[in-house]
Design a protein around this ligand. Structure first.
Ligand code: COA
Length: 153
């Protein structure tokens, strides 16, 4: 899809009705996808910030994050394979960074598979820097996580 199609994109809070489409994207995107219960819990946690990007009636992407005192944590982000490369994840990240700034976060943290170069490049574009690694953090396949941080102050 081209950049122009982003003018049709709407970003809202995640709702229970979005979960079936979100789970389909999640299953198409990760080796160890989140369960419906994990997403469901995020909808009701006080520290949770969730967003869904829609193009027309379709869910095109989503992001789950938490704000814990002055730390932001990006927990999950995926874009439907049909809509990748069109700037949707970038818009979701911009949105969440602005929520975190407004919420007085000093830093934003995330973990990503070492081999996920697309995501690592994307986060670097937003100024995230390598903080360290967590050994064998992921299962199926077992892989280290890269921990990245964006300082907001
Ligand atoms: C990672 C993902 C969310 C990116 O979504 P997207 O909407 O395609 O991303 P965008 O179009 O906003 O691109 C953002 C940046 O990512 C990087 N990127 C995107 N697609 C890329 C590709 N095919 N190859 C290399 N880098 C790529 C680029 O840096 C890009 O910025 P640019 O367009 O200015 O060069 C999407 O590929 C996805 O859902 N992947 C599977 C799930 C996943 O890995 N989630 C992240 C886990 S932490």
């Amino acid at each position: 899809m081209g950049e122009k199609d982003l003018s049709e994109m709407v970003i809202n809070d995640m709702k229970v009705e979005d979960l079936p489409e979100i789970l389909a994207i999640e299953n198409a995107s990760f080796e160890t996808p989140w369960s419906e219960t994990l997403f469901y819990n995020e909808l009701f946690k006080a520290v949770s910030v969730t967003r869904v990007a829609r193009i027309g009636r379709r869910v095109a992407g989503y992001l789950c994050a938490n704000i814990i005192i002055d730390e932001g944590h990006i927990l999950n982000l995926a874009v439907h394979p049909d809509f990748r490369g069109g700037g949707i994840a970038s818009r979701l990240i911009e949105e969440i960074i602005s929520v975190m700034r407004a919420g007085s976060c000093r830093s934003v943290f995330l973990e990503v598979r070492v081999s996920n170069e697309t995501a690592r490049k994307m986060y670097e574009k937003f100024g995230f820097a390598l903080l360290g690694t967590r050994k064998a953090y992921y299962l199926s396949p077992v892989e280290d996580a890269v921990v990245m941080v964006l300082r907001l102050t």
